[in-house]
Design a protein around this ligand. Structure first.
Ligand SMILES: C[S@@+](CC[C@H](N)C(=O)[O-])C[C@H]1O[C@@H](n2cnc3c(N)ncnc32)[C@H](O)[C@@H]1O
Length: 231
């Protein structure tokens, strides 16, 4: 899916995405805490919203993305101490080997069409991570949510999910955004990470907690999949 075409709408969604902010990003950031004096790569940073949270927590952060238009939305925000770079897929050419302490990638690999490209992306992230550095990925958990509707997402009903299959979901906000993605499940992420050389792979399926949000099932059904691994 080309985010150049929907940059403004995605920026709007990002500011309103209740469960991303309540469940997905806290779970992802929890994987890479603590933040003091670290260098962190946000691969597929989009509008830069997670970069700015990381910056505010005290780390240096570099956000990279393939969409020049979506990177222009970052100019609506305070970019001090955040470096944004436009890249070609799987090519963080400007960055030397073993450079970052951690890498994250939020809702990016669901945009990658083939396993071969998935492997190239993951291998490039492995290259720029320092030995012992942790890479954490978050995506929507299609395997548990196929056909269901939640506060911020409505998943189309797909008769049977196969790796790399085209899937569709609605990102719910004041202006809904329908996105086409590719399905990759838990096993796909694990095998691609292993193939790139990552070890100590862990999988988490965070749930919504607390009564301050009127959950639509996110407190019992794992809407997100968080996969982490070490170089
Ligand atoms: C759904 S948005 C997520 C943005 C951000 N990570 C967030 O959490 O809001 C997906 C982003 O991934 C970018 N993207 C897609 N394929 C990519 C690739 N192979 N390498 C880097 N970025 C990619 C898109 O341009 C888009 O900005």
């Amino acid at each position: 899916m080309d985010y150049n075409a929907v940059a403004k709408k995605y920026d709007n969604y990002g500011n309103e995405a209740i469960t991303d902010w309540a469940i997905a990003y806290p779970a992802l950031l929890n994987e890479i805490a603590p933040f003091d004096n670290k260098m962190i790569l946000d691969y597929g940073c989009g509008t830069g919203k997670v970069c700015r949270v990381i910056r505010d927590k005290g780390s240096k952060v570099i956000g990279v993305d393939i969409s020049p238009k979506i990177l222009t939305t970052t100019q609506n925000y305070d970019n001090s101490d955040v470096e944004y770079r436009c890249i070609k897929p799987a090519k963080i050419d400007f960055m030397k080997n073993d450079h970052v302490d951690n890498a994250i990638s939020a809702f990016v690999f669901c945009n990658v069409q083939t396993r071969e490209h998935l492997e190239l992306n993951v291998r490039e992230i492995y290259r720029v991570l320092k030995p012992g550095g942790k890479f954490s990925i978050v995506n929507a958990n299609w395997e548990h949510c196929n056909g269901r509707e939640f506060i911020s997402y409505k998943f189309d009903s797909i008769p049977s999910l196969t790796p790399g299959q085209r899937v569709k979901l609605t990102l719910k906000a004041s202006k809904n955004l329908i996105v086409e993605n590719y399905f990759w499940g838990e096993k796909d992420y694990i095998s691609v990470l292993e193939k790139a050389g990552f070890k100590n792979i862990s999988v988490k399926r965070p749930l919504g907690v607390g009564n301050n949000i009127d959950w639509m099932g996110e407190d019992t059904c794992p809407l997100y999949l968080v996969v982490s691994a070490e170089k």
